[in-house]
Design a protein around this ligand. Sequence first.
Ligand SMILES: [Zn+2]
Ligand SMILES: [Zn+2]
Length: 179
Amino acid sequence: MSAIPPSFHSLEHEAPFQQCLTCDREFEEIDDPYTVTKVFKGPECVFEYAMCLPCRRNLARSFSEESQQTMKKFFEDNDHLAWRSERLAGKEDHRDWIAQCATCATPLAELTDYSLACMGFGDQMIIDPFPMMVCARCEKDIQSRLSKTTRDQWDKFILDNFEGPPADSLKPDGIPILV
Ligand SMILES: [Zn+2]
Ligand SMILES: [Zn+2]
């Protein structure tokens, strides 16, 4: 574990994320890990949130069974992810972990649209398989395999939890469901 690097801090608050988007519990006070997700379009972070693991599980459970399996399979069948864990074993610098798309290995330097995610516990970052970067193309690929019910559920979650997310980031492809 190492301190959560500034690239995973909240842009809005200019500080590390303090609490879960959904249940409002403070990360310092809970015994659950949480994830920080940031979506980049061009050089700009258009969307960010942090969520505790129990809330993340609840959200995943609200998706269709079929979609849950699809997402699970997408990562389980991903040889690159296993290879990545082996190759990066012992590395504590988050930049090593986000240097390539976790699913297709495209280098970050060649991308403009992508998402970043890390897993935190208190004020520390848990390494492997996070932190992670997934390129927009892979996100679209995963998205296209999900059921309409799941995509609708996700859109509802976004609308319920974010006041006026940037309209541009909601369309035409929406906010990526992963990572
Ligand atoms: Zn929560
Ligand atoms: Zn990719």
